[in-house]
Design a protein around this ligand. Structure first.
Ligand code: C2E
Ligand code: CA
Ligand code: CA
Ligand code: CA
Length: 277
């Protein structure tokens, strides 16, 4: 048994070294591709569930390596955060998203752009100045921009974060708490932060079809939103049944494969024209 244990340890260590090499290589390639065509954005529509009206889109970063292979964001965002590269990446995402928003606004007046912001980015001292600068550069009002911040980062609730939220809100920007219900934070911060929207994590939407407990959590978040006067957006809607249940529960906004997959700007523009007819 002891020998077997040692064998497992060797395999474990080999795996660890392999992973580290793989990560180092990914990070090096990402750094190189940051200034190239390898990185681009896709946009997923967010709609009013009652009227079907297009409210906004969420920008999702995509990375296609030089060998043609796509690396999903879940595999490189974390690495980028650990290495600090997320700052440059995040700056790029924001700039590109606002450029594209500029052109989307010609087609859909009032459409908003939701951009994911990681804790590392958000915690930069000059984050709000950066955002303001990007908006000015595109000649855009802050009210067209929505920043999605995850609850799980553990930064929500401090005074510094609260101050930052208010500064961003002074620019007219709205703030959404992403993946709501999966983190560990207390509810009291929600009131202090004056966020605008809760995004029900897609794990709860997925459970709508399966179990009563899934329903209860979605219902609870929607009720919380109503009491605190926050918008509630359900993400990851994949079936008609999920959509129906969310509507009945009083959830007003949604996104998911059932409505549309994330698309590049060109595809999105085509989708918008078809959706409107
Ligand atoms: P997220 O912010 O929770 O984004 C939602 C994810 O769910 C996206 O995955 C989206 O493609 C996927 N999705 C949307 N509708 C459905 C559906 O109906 N069913 C299923 N199964 N999935 C759906 P994606 O694009 O792979 O992004 C994964 C995560 O990577 C994001 O989760 C976000 O945390 C992060 N991410 C993506 N782009 C950025 C970015 O520009 N900056 C930062 N900081 N993080 C990003
Ligand atoms: Ca998001
Ligand atoms: Ca989410
Ligand atoms: Ca997520």
């Amino acid at each position: 048994a002891k020998r077997q244990g040692q064998g497992q340890r060797v395999i474990f260590t080999q795996q660890l070294v392999q992973d580290m090499r793989h990560h180092a290589r990914l990070l090096r390639d990402l750094k190189q591709d940051l200034d190239s065509e390898g990185l681009f954005l896709e946009y997923q529509p967010q709609i009013d569930l009652r009227t079907g009206k297009l409210l906004g889109v969420e920008a999702l970063v995509r990375w296609q390596q030089r060998n043609g292979q796509r690396v999903p964001p879940d595999q490189f965002i974390g690495l980028a955060e650990q290495s600090g590269l997320i700052i440059r990446l995040g700056d790029w995402v924001l700039r590109q998203a606002l450029k594209d928003l500029q052109s989307l606004l010609q087609r859909v007046p009032g459409i908003r752009m939701a951009v994911n912001v990681s804790a590392v980015q958000f915690n930069q001292q000059d984050f709000e100045q950066k955002v303001e600068h990007c908006l000015l550069q595109q000649g855009l009002q802050g009210s067209y921009l929505d920043l999605e911040i995850t609850e799980s980062v553990g930064i929500l609730g401090s005074d510094a974060v609260e101050t930052k939220f208010h500064k961003l809100k002074d620019l007219g920007i709205t703030l959404s708490i992403d993946d709501f219900g999966t983190g560990f934070s207390s509810l009291s911060y929600l009131e202090r932060l004056s966020a605008d929207r809760l995004k029900i994590d897609r794990s709860f939407v997925a459970k709508l079809d399966a179990s009563a407990s899934g329903q209860r959590i979605a219902q609870m978040i929607i009720g919380l939103g109503q009491r605190l006067n926050l918008q509630v957006l359900a993400e990851g809607i994949e079936t008609e049944s999920q959509l129906e249940q969310l509507k009945v529960m009083g959830c007003h906004e949604g996104q998911g494969y059932l409505i549309a997959r994330p698309m590049c700007l060109n595809e999105l523009e085509g989708w918008i024209d078809a959706w409107r007819q």
